[in-house]
Design a protein around this ligand. Structure first.
Ligand SMILES: Nc1ncnc2c1ncn2[C@@H]1O[C@H](COP(=O)(O)OP(=O)(O)OP(=O)(O)O)[C@@H](O)[C@H]1O
Ligand SMILES: [Mg+2]
Length: 291
């Protein structure tokens, strides 16, 4: 499988895929790819944690296999499940034809009736895949413990079928928004990288990569204003995704600058919380000043 030869090469490859990684992130990803270690990405909302896994898969021609975590997720949704409905139909067909040999019953728990879920899919695909375990902090403790086991040996035992193991493990990217602390044991298995907000200069570049054609002057003004918004005590500070949305909205409306009126008219692109709106409306002058 293709791997980058240096951090610089990886940075450039990601850039071609539309993702701008700073040196810290690129280094962490480079090590993760080279040593085949899972990487845990934590960070603020909307700073590109999920996106980097998608772009990595795209630029290296790997399949993206995504496991979206949520409260109550269990192995049936994550690993595999028996196709109960098809098994029932099969049983009915068997009984209609009076077929009752042992083999026919064994087949009920064979590959034909197995529904692959993302983790099994990823073990099978091995290094042809990027496995994105998204928002692991939303899953419960037991699920995390189960993942830990999977991440340590990349093999899955299905009692009726046997053990399936990855010759060469997939690249595993875990993301978390830190709604709860993850266990040390899981963290120990992974490389860790915190993605913070990008510098203003990088954020401008990100917007220009994502929205080619928008005015750079407008972009700089919006990035400066978003920087000030992040300094306020907001419940939901805007991420990079919001910066992009705001620029796109203003550009669409034909704005060339960001005065308090234009900002107020388009706040919904960047502030998505009622209390935050009230707070921001009170200081629009300041936020757009110098913008
Ligand atoms: N470094 C970057 N280079 C290119 N695009 C970026 C970058 N960072 C963020 N983006 C853009 O921001 C959007 C949001 O990123 P993404 O969904 O990956 O954030 P996230 O950290 O997973 O957020 P959440 O915590 O809400 O899941 C992406 O669609 C992408 O367009
Ligand atoms: Mg995400």
């Amino acid at each position: 499988m293709e791997r980058p030869a240096s951090v610089g090469e990886l940075t450039e490859t990601l850039r071609q895929g539309g993702y701008l990684a700073d040196r810290g992130l690129a280094t962490a990803l480079f090590v993760s790819l080279s040593l085949q270690r899972p990487i845990l990405l934590e960070g603020e909302v909307g700073v590109g944690k999920t996106e980097v896994a998608k772009v990595l898969a795209a630029v290296y021609g790997r399949r993206l296999i995504r496991l979206q975590c949520y409260e109550g997720i269990d192995t049936n949704q994550a690993l595999y499940e028996w196709d109960y409905a098809r098994q029932m139909l099969h049983i009915r067909a068997l009984s209609e034809h009076q077929i009752a040999d042992e083999g026919a019953v064994d087949k009920l728990f064979g590959p034909k009736f197995l529904l692959e879920r993302p983790l099994l899919e990823a073990v099978r695909a091995g290094d042809q895949a990027v496995l994105l375990i998204d928002e692991i902090d939303r899953a419960d403790d037991e699920f995390e413990a189960f993942l830990l086991e999977l991440l340590s040996d990349f093999q899955i035992s299905i009692p009726e079928i046997g053990t399936i193991r990855a010759e060469s493990p997939p690249l595993v990217v875990l993301t978390s928004n830190r709604t709860r602390e993850l266990h040390d044991a899981l963290k120990r298995r992974c490389l860790y990288h915190w993605i913070g907000y990008p510098t203003a200069e990088r954020e401008v570049q990100i917007v220009l990569v994502r929205q080619p054609g928008v005015s750079e002057t407008l972009t700089r003004k919006v990035v400066a204003a978003v920087g000030r918004l992040r300094e306020l005590d907001l419940a939901k500070p805007p991420g990079v995704a919001e910066t992009i949305d705001w620029v796109r909205t203003l550009d669409f409306l034909g704005a060339t600058g960001l005065d308090p009126q234009a900002a107020e008219d388009t706040l919904g692109a960047v502030i998505k919380e009622r209390d935050d709106l009230d707070l921001v409306r009170d200081s629009l002058e300041e936020i757009t000043s110098g913008a």
